[in-house]
Design a protein around this ligand. Sequence first.
Ligand code: SAH
Ligand code: SF4
Ligand code: F3S
Length: 495
Amino acid sequence: MNTTNTDINMHEEIQGADLSVPAPLQEPLRQYYFLKRARAWTAEKEEELGRPLTCHVTTFGCQMNARDSEKLLGILKEAGYEETDSEEADFVIYNTCTVRENANLRVYGRLGVLHGYKKKNPHMKIALCGCMMQEPDVVEKLKKSYSFVDLIFGTHNIFKFAELLAAMQESDRTIIDIWKDTDQIVEDLPVERKYPFKSGVNIMFGCNNFCSYCIVPYVRGRERSREPEEILKEIRHLVDDGVKEVMLLGQNVNSYGKNLDTPMSFAGLLREAVKIDGLERIRFMTSHPKDLSDDLIRVMAESEKICRHLHLPLQSGSSRILKIMNRRYTKEQYLALAERIRAAVPDIALTTDIIVGFPGETEEDFQETLDVVRRVRYDSAFTFIYSKRTGTPAAAMEDQVPEDVVKDRFDRLLKEVQEISKEMAERFTGSCQSVLVEEKNSQMEGYVTGRLSNNHVVHFCAPESLIGQIVNVRLDECRGFYYMGSLLDGPDTPV
Ligand code: SAH
Ligand code: SF4
Ligand code: F3S
């Protein structure tokens, strides 16, 4: 990968930190200081053990968590750790999610396994961060029953990871640092991307919507947008470093920029981003239907760079339930919006999230959801069983739906969604599409896997050297959730 000027400056700043004086208060200089200190500790330990120290970051949550994990790994590498695929490492951090209870349970289950590794390796350190740590009950439970954990911090102070890492290295006691909220956004910290050719870019943090079932606003705090110049600078830097595709990330990208000193709309930000030379594709996640503007639809229709995919969470098709969910749109408004989008961008793939079994959901309400599914005809849909999250208004609602009823509805919904997705995918069979080659196919020798602008996946025979390139592929056959295709031409390998 290229090393860009920004990277060089950051390395110089870290190297230049003066450890003989107290840490500076200003960010990110303070973190650079602690990075240098952590690196010195790691080097000493390496010397003592006669081997490099290894680290592993495990992500449990959404794309935003995945992006946070890249920041954690950036710090760890800068602090002298080597990444390993295994959780049997000298430093393991779980970046947790708590959006549904099963995300939570998985963490506890796997912590038991980590404890086993730690008993074998006395140098091992275990850290926990992310959304689950913002719940006081969780931290209490960890203190009581999981005292082998060395470091616990939350979502608001993740920018302080270098400082917390250094403190953990130098201490034998568990370090716990959880903030209730923050208005700070710290820029220019190291990041280690998973893919050289694509990257997530945070455009905002937190959420102000308070959908009545959702814990995210409580664990991620109030909505804060990054300055457009910072976002565009980051994208330019990524493009200089080989990135072709960015995914702009926020819990509700459609309300981007409203609270900036100089307000800017999400459509406005996209208009600036498409101008960046060398950037070939732009995706974004997630759009709240209530804030999706006609201007956004216009920008999507105008620019080929903006991917032909829109994730538009429905949650429920019943206006009555949507109201109690505090989603602030009706079934009719949602349907009209989906229609406007399809009319303006006919080849767009629409995907969604649906919750089944929200408190008080009746069979009639559920039928409304099925009706929207049949009318919108989603290219794919994530379906979730409602999960009660402590502290949210819905958790206190009476008439929670019995488990067997929910399960039955869930199965019926899934069947419907899958049949429609299959039929929808067929409409592209035979067409030629531009594809970003993402990886070697693990099942078929000589094949690679790539992604279409509309987020569908295609497998085709091509050399691995094309990974990271955008090529033209004919979609020969649709196999439900993916295509088999043939390479038409590569950037420099005509076939
Ligand atoms: N900000 C995004 C969603 C983030 S959470 C949005 O508003 O679209 C991702 C998905 O998890 C949600 O869309 C919702 O479908 C689901 N979800 C959130 N809370 C849930 C809960 N308590 N039970 C079940 N599913 C939930
Ligand atoms: Fe949760 Fe609603 Fe915010 Fe999405 S918009 S994160 S579902 S509160
Ligand atoms: Fe989970 Fe937090 Fe994302 S709760 S879905 S990781 S914002």
